[in-house]
Design a binder for this molecule. Structure first.
Ligand code: ZN
Length: 347
């Protein structure tokens, strides 16, 4: 639970929405005669989540918000979206990727003019699926949390996302807390909040690891830019090598193999003592068959290249992935993660 004063709450909303309004203006977006200016969000539906609480506070006859819990059965979400006909579709990227597939299969029949990924890393493969399914909708990436509102958001003109340099002091630092240079990836960040006086935050540490970009953005904003996030270090897997040294495997090792497979819609990797068990959602298109042993071999090679001794990887197609962590998908589940135990008990 995080508390805002009213002024801070309004600023939180304005910060969250400012680039979305820029996209809307650039696209000449207008309210639809049938559904008005309908905005659909498929994410957590708990009032302690900022994105949920903001939409509840600022709903109006002009802005019609439709909230769909991400933990609902997919056919319910698809049916609700078909009825709502949103002009803006926002939600966790792991769900947006599924909705893109539902649209490609003809079950989801909406025509959004803007898609916004919130709450999870937005990977290039998800962007591509969304752009194919909803060609009239640019894809915005949004990075934030309930304590800070929008930390960074894409503007639509340049790559990556602009930091909220006017409402927050965001320090990108290395392991020891020293500032990193442009082009480098932070080990963590410190955030000082300049707009919520009810609950001040001073150098509040977050474990996200953004990469600082150097070039100016074509949009002209002087706010610094960071690249799209590629996972959090809580999702690193630690293995021991033959000499007892720790080997850290970053989530992008799995992402780069698994999201390059057209037949893998999304996935969840459970760390095992010597490798990984990979649950995946299979695609539905004719060319989507996944060669389980070939993909497993690619994962094994990637782990072996990092020094993991005699690694193993098993792939299993699944009808759905485990969303018990507040509805957000923990895509890479380390052995010591709170949800790892269930997996060991059930397998
Ligand atoms: Zn820009």
């Amino acid at each position: 639970m995080f508390v805002y004063g009213w002024d801070g709450w309004m600023e939180c909303y304005a910060t969250a929405q400012r680039y979305a309004f820029a996209y809307a203006l650039a696209a000449g977006m207008a309210a639809s005669p049938q559904s008005g200016f309908a905005i659909a969000q498929v994410a957590a539906n708990q009032a302690t989540h900022m994105t949920y609480a903001l939409t509840e506070t600022f709903r109006s006859p002009q802005f019609r918000f439709h909230q769909f819990p991400v933990t609902s059965p997919l056919p319910h979400i698809v049916g609700g979206l078909n009825a709502a006909q949103p002009i803006v579709l926002q939600g966790y990227p792991s769900m947006l990727g599924l909705l893109a597939q539902e649209a490609a299969a003809g079950r989801l029949t909406i025509a959004p003019r803007l898609s916004i990924g919130i709450g999870e890393p937005l990977y290039p493969s998800t962007r591509e699926r969304l752009s194919r399914a909803f060609p009239a909708a640019p894809v915005q990436n949004w990075w934030g949390c309930s304590e800070t509102s929008g930390l960074a958001m894409s503007c639509g003109a340049g790559a990556g996302m602009h930091l909220s340099d006017d409402t927050l002091i965001v320090e990108l630092v290395d392991e020891k807390g020293a500032p990193i240079a442009p082009g480098q990836t932070a080990a963590k960040i410190f955030v000082t909040n300049l707009f919520n006086r009810l609950t001040p935050l001073i150098r509040y540490e977050l474990s996200d690891q953004p990469t600082l970009l150097d070039e100016p953005c074509p949009c002209g904003s002087a706010h610094r830019r960071v690249a799209d996030l590629q996972g959090r270090h809580e999702e690193n897997f630690a293995y021991g090598d033959d000499r007892g040294e720790r080997i850290i495997v970053h989530p992008k090792v799995f992402t780069s193999v698994l999201f390059s497979e057209a037949g893998i819609l999304d996935y969840q990797v459970w760390q095992t003592a010597r490798g990984a068990e990979i649950d995946f959602l299979p695609g539905e298109a004719p060319g989507d068959a996944v060669d389980l042993s070939a993909v497993g071999e690619r994962v094994v090679h990637a782990l072996a290249a990092l020094g993991v001794p005699s690694p193993e990887a098993v792939l299993r197609p699944r009808p759905e992935l485990d969303r018990r962590h507040g509805g957000k998908l923990v895509r890479h589940v380390p052995l010591d993660h709170p949800t790892a135990r269930r997996h060991i008990e059930s397998s």
